[in-house]
Design a protein. Structure first.
Lengths: 113, 269
C-alpha cells in the first residue's frame, strides 16, 4: 500500500482496458531491428502515407461540405481516394500491420494522427 | 557501489525519518549545494519492474513528499558510484532548482473519464438523419457512394469531436480553478474521453476533490477514475538540449512514470 495516494473508481477493468488500448495504438519508437527491419520501415513509410491520405480525404470532405466540387470532380476524387484506400489496405496486409499501428507518438507535440 | 536514486529534493539536510527502500536498504540524502539526491545503496542489479520494487520506490517518494519538494525520478535509475551521481547533479543543478521552485507545495492528481461513445454516436447519427435529409453527395456510381459514405463519416466524426470538446471544457473549467498546470489528452481511444493530470497546490487539494465530486455527480452515464495526490511525475521539465539527454544511461531519468503510478496504487490502473 502507498501512504497517501488513492485511486478511486468503480470501473477498474474498463480503465485498464482503455489504457491498454491507447498504449497499443501509440508506439513511442519505431521497432526496427535486423530481424524485422522491413516491417519497421514499412510501418514508418505507411504511417506517413496514411497521414497524407487522411489529409487529402479531409480536404476533399471540406470541399464537399463547401459545395465547391462539381459532380465530375466528385467522381474523380472519389475514384482516387477509393483506389488509395484499397492500395493501403493491400500494403497493410502484406506487412501484417493494423490500422491502429500506423501512428507515431511525437512526444510533447502529441500523436501524429 | 551502486546508488539507486529515488528523487531530487529541495534540501541538503539528511532525511530525518528512517526510510527503507528497495531491498530494505536505508534511504539517505547526498547533498549537492542546497539540494540533494535521495538514494539507497544496492549491490546487485535491481530486478526490473517487480511490483514490490515499484511499490517500495513509490513509498519512498511519498514519504519524502511529506517533508520536501520532490522531483521523482524514473523507476530503476541507478548510478555507478557517488562521483557519477554528483557529476549529474552538477550538470543539472539549475534545472533541478527551477523545477523544485516551480513544484514547491504542489501535488499531481490524475483524472480519467470514459464516456458512452456508442450512445453518443447513435444520437449524432439519428440527429444527422433527422435534420439533414438532403443527400450530401448525389449520384449512385460507386465513386459517389464512396464519397457519400466518407462524407457522412466525416460529419459524424466532426460532431463526435465537438461533443467531446463540450464535455471536456465543462469538466476542465471546474478542475482548472484549483490547478496551477495541466496536461490534457482528449479521446485517447473512442471511449476514453479524457485523460488529464493536474498540478494542484497542496492547500487546494480538498477544493480540487470537491470539484471532482461535483462533476461526477450529474454525469451518471460516465465512468470516472480519480487518483492522487502523486508526486509531480508529469510536470518535471528538463530542457531538450540538456547534457543529461546525451547520456543514454540517464536519458529517461524523468520520463513519465505512468506505469509506476499504475503499479503503485492498483494493479494496472
Amino acid at each position: 500500500m502507498t501512504l497517501n495516494s488513492v485511486i478511486e473508481t468503480d470501473f477498474p477493468e474498463e480503465f485498464v482496458e482503455e489504457m491498454e488500448k491507447s498504449q497499443d495504438a501509440l508506439p513511442e519508437k519505431i521497432d526496427a531491428n535486423p530481424e524485422n527491419v522491413e516491417k519497421g520501415l514499412a510501418k514508418l513509410v505507411l504511417t506517413l502515407i496514411e497521414l497524407i491520405r487522411k489529409l487529402l480525404e479531409k480536404q476533399a470532405m471540406r470541399r464537399v461540405e463547401a459545395d465547391s466540387l462539381s459532380e465530375e470532380e466528385i467522381e474523380r476524387v472519389g475514384e482516387t481516394l477509393m483506389k488509395l484506400e484499397n492500395k493501403m489496405k493491400e500494403l497493410k496486409q502484406i506487412f501484417g500491420l493494423k490500422d491502429e499501428e500506423l501512428n507515431l507518438n511525437l512526444g510533447p507535440l502529441g500523436d501524429l494522427m | 557501489m551502486k546508488l539507486y536514486l529515488y528523487g531530487i529534493i529541495d534540501s541538503s539536510d539528511q532525511v530525518k525519518d528512517s526510510i527503507y527502500g528497495l531491498e530494505g536498504a536505508c534511504v539517505y540524502n547526498i547533498p549537492y549545494c542546497d539540494i540533494g539526491a535521495v538514494i539507497s545503496e544496492c549491490t546487485e542489479p535491481v530486478q526490473n519492474n517487480t511490483k514490490g520494487n515499484v511499490l517500495a520506490h513509490e513509498e519512498v517518494v511519498e514519504r519524502l513528499m511529506g517533508h520536501f519538494t520532490v522531483l521523482p525520478v524514473r523507476f530503476h535509475t541507478v548510478f555507478d558510484g557517488r562521483d557519477n551521481l554528483l557529476s549529474m547533479m552538477q550538470s543539472y543543478y539549475k534545472d533541478f532548482r527551477d523545477n523544485l521552485n516551480r513544484l514547491r507545495d504542489k501535488v499531481e492528481f490524475g483524472i480519467k473519464v470514459i464516456w458512452p461513445s456508442d450512445k453518443i454516436k447513435e444520437h449524432i447519427t439519428n440527429t444527422y438523419k433527422k435534420n439533414d435529409k438532403k443527400v450530401s453527395v448525389p449520384g449512385n456510381s460507386s465513386n459517389k457512394r464512396f464519397m457519400r459514405e466518407k462524407f457522412e463519416k466525416y460529419k459524424l466524426d466532426e460532431e463526435f469531436e465537438k461533443k467531446a470538446d463540450k464535455f471536456i471544457n465543462v469538466m476542465d473549467m471546474f478542475f482548472s480553478k484549483f490547478a496551477a498546470e495541466k496536461k490534457l489528452k482528449k479521446l485517447k481511444t473512442e471511449d476514453l474521453l479524457l485523460d488529464v493530470v493536474y498540478l494542484v497546490k497542496k492547500d487546494d487539494q480538498d477544493n480540487f476533490r470537491e470539484a471532482f465530486e461535483h462533476i461526477k455527480g450529474p454525469h451518471t452515464s460516465f465512468k470516472f477514475l480519480f487518483s492522487g495526490p502523486w508526486p509531480a511525475y508529469n510536470f518535471v521539465i528538463l530542457p531538450k538540449n540538456s547534457d543529461l539527454l546525451e547520456d543514454s544511461k540517464q536519458e529517461d531519468l524523468f520520463d513519465k512514470v505512468v506505469q509506476h503510478q499504475e503499479l503503485a496504487g492498483a494493479e494496472k490502473i
